[in-house]
Design a protein around this ligand. Structure first.
Ligand SMILES: Cc1cc2nc3c(=O)[nH]c(=O)nc-3n(C[C@H](O)[C@H](O)[C@H](O)COP(=O)(O)OP(=O)(O)OC[C@H]3O[C@@H](n4cnc5c(N)ncnc54)[C@H](O)[C@@H]3O)c2cc1C
Length: 472
């Protein structure tokens, strides 16, 4: 026995929610679309889990942060799906897929068939056990990827007030969780093997600014070493974290953020895989024309980087790849290849940063790294390819986004360092006043106008999204 749908979205996270909204807007008929998710709740804005959800007072709770409130769109509650005639198959893991037969088989043995499949399986948190750490499933060891993880983390936090926590990993999740733990009056030690936090993006100078800020909040950093083992009490709870250099850290709880692995497993050997993700073209279409992939699990060509294939792990790209895929499915003749400016952000304590583009090439820092209005440009082959800013305002974020989108030429590095955000803003003003573009090749006027308008709208949205004091 099984069910059949025209469209099936496999996975019920951020991308699934945004895809559902786009399907509804494009007039999907009742009974045509089904979303299958291992999670027990309808799609929600996952970034809320490390932000508003962990607050000690007035925390964000569902249904407040169902997609698509993160983009100030409709909030898609379970009732919304029912009203649209979209089947939500929750608490259901798909255990195998056959793209030739166009079928999925659930863990309960049901076969669900489709005409078009959108893979939105995201990624899973890497576990310590995968690195050979024993006793790594104690009840006071927490991960943070999904709603169930966040619910467990909140309940452990509530038992640790005034106590100690060790955060393993200095990336996105580690940094955001450490801030949340401090806000919950828990003393935090962060442990990671790199020389500084957020090593994949931050330069030593940027990292130093954040580490100094965290230290002012009482966070202790132990860098350049890794976890070796745990000491547990008779209930099996971790009481001490033992590091490879022999350091022992007494603790009441442990939070682990050591990276993610895209959920490609069901499709390996069936679809092309690249850069760890399911490879798609500019329409989010995989090597099988009936199958699309979006969000964290998809590797797609980024036009801005010369169509280099990239797999991004950020909410903005999950939302936009999802909408683009649905548009490409329903109205292919109206859609051109996905043209994306990579963007991500974080908010911790009272800090807030945004990054656009690619962190390759030479770095030029600018601004005040004490007061906290500071940033960096990444320059490759004489052009700006990446831009980071902490503590900017609306116009600042719009300007740096535009600088990356247009790949502004840098003639004088000293000028860029001195002017900082103003370098990008000044160029924008020059363009607006018709004084010409700071680009090597002349562009036709309409290209320039369209480019500026598109960049401003992306940047305007990004600023608005990143700086609103939402709690998710
Ligand atoms: C705590 C946290 C905070 C974050 N904060 C930020 C941030 O501040 N800024 C930012 O840019 N990004 C942030 N991110 C990243 C962002 O949330 C992800 O990029 C985004 O969720 C990716 O969306 P997705 O739909 O591709 O995957 P997901 O949202 O992970 O959804 C995947 C879904 O597929 C389901 N699934 C997987 N396999 C199966 C299966 N076999 N059967 C059934 N269902 C399955 C999963 O259960 C899940 O529901 C954060 C992520 C986390 C975890």
């Amino acid at each position: 026995m099984g069910r059949a749908f025209v469209y099936v979205i496999l996975g019920g996270g951020v991308a699934a929610g945004y895809a559902a909204l786009e399907f509804a807007r494009r007039g999907v008929s009742a009974g045509e679309l089904c979303i299958i998710s291992e999670e027990s709740v309808a799609p929600y804005e996952r970034p809320a889990l490390s932000k508003g959800f962990l607050l000690p007072e007035a925390p964000a709770r569902l249904p407040a942060f169902h997609t698509c409130v993160g983009s100030n769109e409709e909030r898609l509650t379970p009732k919304w799906y029912t009203e649209q005639g979209i089947e939500l198959v929750l608490g259901t893991r798909v255990k195998s897929a056959d793209v030739k037969r166009k079928t999925l088989t659930t863990a309960a043995g049901e076969t669900i068939s489709y005409k078009i499949l959108i893979i939105a399986t995201g990624a899973r948190a890497l576990k310590l056990g995968e690195f050979g750490v024993r006793e790594s499933d104690a009840e006071n060891i927490c991960y943070l990827r999904n709603f169930a993880d966040a619910t467990k983390l909140v309940s452990i936090i509530q038992t640790c007030n005034g106590g100690n926590a060790v955060v393993i990993g200095g990336g996105y999740i580690g940094m955001e969780c450490a801030a949340a733990l401090v806000t919950n009056r828990i003393k935090v030690t962060m442990v990671f093997p790199e020389a500084h936090c957020m090593a994949r993006l931050f330069t030593p100078k940027i990292a130093d600014f954040y580490e100094t800020y965290y230290e002012s909040k009482g966070v202790h950093f132990i860098k350049g070493t890794v976890l070796s083992s745990f000491e547990n009490d008779s209930d099996g709870k971790v009481t001490e974290v033992v590091l490879r250099d022999g350091t022992r850290i007494p603790t009441n709880m442990v939070v682990v953020g050591i990276g993610i692995r895209p959920n490609t497993g069901l499709f390996e050997g069936q679809l092309a895989i690249e850069k760890g993700g399911i490879k798609v073209n500019g329409r989010m279409q995989t090597s099988n024309s009936s199958v699309f992939a979006v969000g964290d699990v998809a590797s797609f060509p980024v036009k801005l980087f010369g169509s280099d294939i990239r797999r991004l792990e950020h909410v903005d790209s999950a939302r936009k790849t999802a909408s683009h895929a649905v548009s490409a499915i329903i109205a292919p003749e109206t859609i051109s290849d996905f043209d994306y400016l990579p963007f991500f952000y974080s908010r911790v304590f009272t800090l807030s940063w945004q990054f656009y583009g690619d962190s390759v090439g030479e770095v030029i820092h600018y601004g005040d790294f004490v007061a906290g209005r500071c940033g960096a440009y990444w320059i490759d082959k004489g052009r700006i390819v990446g831009a980071f800013l902490e503590g900017g305002d609306r116009d600042d974020y719009a300007a740096i986004a535009e600088a990356v989108k247009l790949k502004m030429v840098v003639k004088e590095k000293g000028e860029v360092e001195e002017l900082g955000v103003e370098f990008a803003s000044r160029a924008a003003r020059h363009r607006e006043s018709g004084a010409g573009l700071v680009l090597e090749k002349p562009l036709y006027a309409w290209h320039a106008v369209a480019g500026v308008a598109a960049a401003l709208s992306v940047a305007g949205f990004a600023y608005w999204y990143g700086t609103r004091r939402r709690r998710w």
